[in-house]
Design a protein around this ligand. Structure first.
Ligand code: SF4
Length: 363
């Protein structure tokens, strides 16, 4: 298949791994930001193909993993209210809140439905004028434009029965937090290709310059990731710290300008809480005042619902690249994909689930 097969070619992959081996002269710690990239690295054994000097740590770019516990509690509470149709992407249904999850809310009688687009939720609101339809809008810059479009459309139609529970976070502030930490180990980043398809990579230039860290926008296939690692190692070995783009077939410097326009029409940048990590200034989106009547948190009075993370889960350290999933005492025993304690074990993009699925714990 064009644009897939050539990025999974074992010969090209091995040639890139050889190039990296010949180039590297000392240990480097690299972080792939996106959970989709983590899964490719594990699935194709790229971590095992690389020379031992290259250590890969896994970043916070799994949207399910960083959605705060209290947002899940808010979602469950809203779903259980009378006359609600609560809509969400399927991967949010099994993510544990403090006491239960959306599947259990459904079992208790809540009308929880999986949709494939926020516009499906708008359609449900249109078709059910006597019900209140709520969409759980989570994720990074990648999913935010479609969510913004849904709110914009509902506003345009003057809908009174559609709202969105917004939990959107942004990648660059999380990278800044990791780089600002005194315990930071990351020396180079593979930036998330999907996010940069929307936002471009202009904003990564400042990060690269300020923290003297190379950043390469990477795709999601094995050859993409090996190329990105090769570019990072070249920069590190040559003492450069620049923002570069490996994923040129999808990402431009400026990104998708119409998508950015709808984002800034509907959302404004605000302080946001990240699961396990805590609040980060200017790290997410909230609805602008013009669209406040679509804000489910306000409509249903959920702003004061808070929650405590389970003590045993070290996902905050995993998501900042300070620990590996196998360092967690619950990994593979009390915490498995069937009995997850934390979101990184639930989500298909979570680092803990990737380690479990591809048996990085089996030695
Ligand atoms: S293995 Fe489970 S408990 Fe441990 S960090 Fe991962 S999600 Fe949390």
């Amino acid at each position: 298949m064009k644009y897939v097969d050539e990025y999974r070619d074992p010969q090209i992959a091995h040639a890139l791994a050889d190039q990296i081996s010949h180039k590297v002269t000392r240990p480097w710690v690299l972080m792939e930001v996106c959970g989709g990239q983590t899964h490719t690295l594990m699935r194709y054994g790229i971590d095992e193909l690389l020379p031992s000097q290259i250590e890969l740590v896994h970043g916070p770019g799994c949207p399910v993993c960083v959605t705060p516990l209290e947002m899940l509690d808010r979602a469950i509470r809203i779903a259980l209210l009378p006359n609600i149709i609560f809509t969400s992407y399927g991967d949010m249904l099994r993510v544990p809140g403090s006491d239960s999850d959306l599947f259990q809310a459904k079992a208790r009688g809540a009308d929880v439905r999986v949709v494939y687009s926020p516009m499906d939720a708008v359609g449900l609101a249109r078709a059910n004028p006597d019900r209140r339809v709520v969409f759980f809008g989570v994720g990074f810059e990648t999913t935010a434009p479609a969510n913004a479009m849904a709110v914009w459309q509902a506003h345009r139609e003057g809908m009174k029965n559609f709202s969105m529970l917004v939990s959107h976070v942004l990648v660059p502030p999380a990278m800044r937090l990791i780089l600002s930490s005194p315990s930071n180990r990351v020396q180079g980043f593979i930036a998330p290709g999907h996010v940069c398809t929307v936002m471009g990579y202009r904003e990564y230039e400042d990060l690269a310059k300020k923290f003297r860290v190379p950043i390469v926008v990477g795709g999601f296939e094995p050859v993409d990731l090996l190329e990105a690692i090769n570019m990072l190692v070249s920069q590190l070995e040559e003492g450069r710290a620049e923002a570069e783009n490996q994923y040129v077939r999808s990402v431009s410097y400026e990104g998708n300008l119409p998508a950015q326009r709808i984002l800034s029409e509907v959302f404004e940048v605000s302080r946001r809480k990240w699961r396990g990590i805590g609040s980060i200034d200017q790290s997410g989106y909230r609805l602008r005042e013009k669209y406040a009547s679509f804000d489910a948190e306000r409509i249903f009075g959920m702003e004061d619902v808070t929650a405590e993370e389970p003590k045993e889960c070290i996902s905050a350290l995993v998501l900042q690249g300070l620990k590996k999933p196998v360092d967690c005492t619950a990994f593979g025993t009390r915490c498995t994909p069937m009995t997850p304690l934390g979101a990184p074990m639930v989500s298909a993009e979570g680092a803990c689930a990737a380690y479990y699925q591809y048996r990085r714990h089996a030695g």
